[in-house]
Design a protein around this ligand. Structure first.
Ligand code: COA
Length: 326
């Protein structure tokens, strides 16, 4: 049986830092409010770099850390809700820029759970023998989708990209278990519209419409805490592991209070939950990849360590991956 192991990670953040004090000059908010409600202190905001620019940089770094050449890649999956265009996909742009001439490429949409879904797809391609080396990227420029006059959403999000290379191995480690979940019935709680319906036969004129993120914060908060709690419990039950067998939990970096509540319900020490959302805010599909790359850069992971990566987001979607580090 082939296993999917992580052989490289990379991340990329735009240079431009926007602090809570900077935001307080744009909307009626304060560092105190944002920090106490979310844990976020600053985020990176693109000054022109596109999602494919961020995806390319993170992908290039992941490739370099894997020691593979671009021509050895069989597939590129980019998880994003903020592509440069509906076509071409971000993944196709990255494929050309990396020179990954043998790779198939497509984008995947599962909002903030996107990287987990992309890892699940990549893992099944590797386990069934179809592909050997897959570049998985989560990349977003959420700043272009924000209503910068809405203080309840614009303080939460940032731009960034995280990537990893999954590769086929005989080793019994790497991606050990995956659970995905969706609840379309709750979809109205977190929305980002696309091009509005318009043609000569549609009466309503929405030509000035600019799509922005809208959210029912409290419903999303409850969904997030429940998703992390239920999925961590489920993946432990499925694998027969105990909390003590897990070195780190890397939850989607949306809000420190969501993570604190989930840690409490699970009875897992908050010290096991890696957090960097204070510096980057919520970068949607990118957060888990950025976190994992930072953990690698900081040499936090060693062979045999078990990690739980768990995400939640619009759709509503959620998912968990159990990794044994190789
Ligand atoms: N600065 C100052 N005040 C703000 C504010 C801001 N940035 N945003 C909202 N407020 C105000 C509201 O207007 C409200 O004022 P009112 O009581 O006078 O009406 C008050 O703060 C409380 O708002 P509320 O929405 O009840 O706050 P909250 O405690 O639920 O926190 C969130 C709001 C968004 C931080 C919280 O609901 C949350 O984190 N939800 C999850 C969001 C998320 O993670 N989304 C992405 C998931 S992938």
């Amino acid at each position: 049986m082939r296993h999917a192991i992580i052989i490289g990670t990379g991340s990329y953040l735009p240079d431009n830092r926007l602090t809570n004090d900077d935001l307080a000059k744009l909307v009626d908010t304060s560092d105190e409010w944002i920090t106490s409600r979310t844990g976020i202190k600053e985020r990176r905001i693109s000054t022109g770099e596109t999602t494919s620019d961020l995806a390319y940089e993170a992908g290039k770094r992941a490739l370099s850390s894997s020691k593979l050449s671009a021509e050895e890649l069989d597939l590129i999956i980019c998880a994003t809700i903020t592509p440069d265009s509906f076509m071409p996909s971000v993944a196709c742009i990255v494929q050309q820029r990396l020179g990954a001439y043998h790779a198939a490429a497509f984008d995947l949409t599962a909002a903030c759970t996107g990287l987990i879904y992309a890892m699940a797809v990549a893992t099944s391609f590797i386990e069934n023998g179809m592909y050997k080396n897959i570049l998985v990227i989560g990349a977003e420029t959420l700043s272009k989708t924000l209503d910068w006059s809405d203080r309840s959403t614009c303080v939460l999000f940032g731009d960034g990209s995280g990537a990893m290379i999954l590769s086929s191995s005989e080793q019994k480690s790497g991606i050990m278990n995956v659970i995905l979940s969706s609840d379309g019935g709750k979809r109205e709680h977190l929305c980002l519209p696309a091009i509005p319906m318009a043609n000569p036969f549609v009466k309503k004129d929405e030509t000035d419409f600019r799509p922005t993120i809208s959210m029912n914060g409290q419903e999303v908060f409850k969904f997030a805490v429940r998703s992390i709690t239920d999925l961590v419990k489920s993946v432990l039950a499925k694998t027969g592991l105990k909390e003590d067998d897990i070195k780190y939990v890397v939850a989607h970096q949306a809000n420190a209070r969501i993570i604190e509540h989930a840690a409490k319900f699970l009875g897992i020490s908050l010290d096991k939950f890696f957090m960097n959302l204070d510096r980057y805010g919520n970068t949607s599909a990118a957060t888990i990849g950025i976190a994992l790359d930072e953990m690698v850069q900081n040499k936090l992971l060693k062979s045999g360590d078990r990690l739980i990566l768990v995400g939640f987001g619009g759709g509503m979607t959620s998912g968990v991956v159990l990794v044994e580090w190789n």
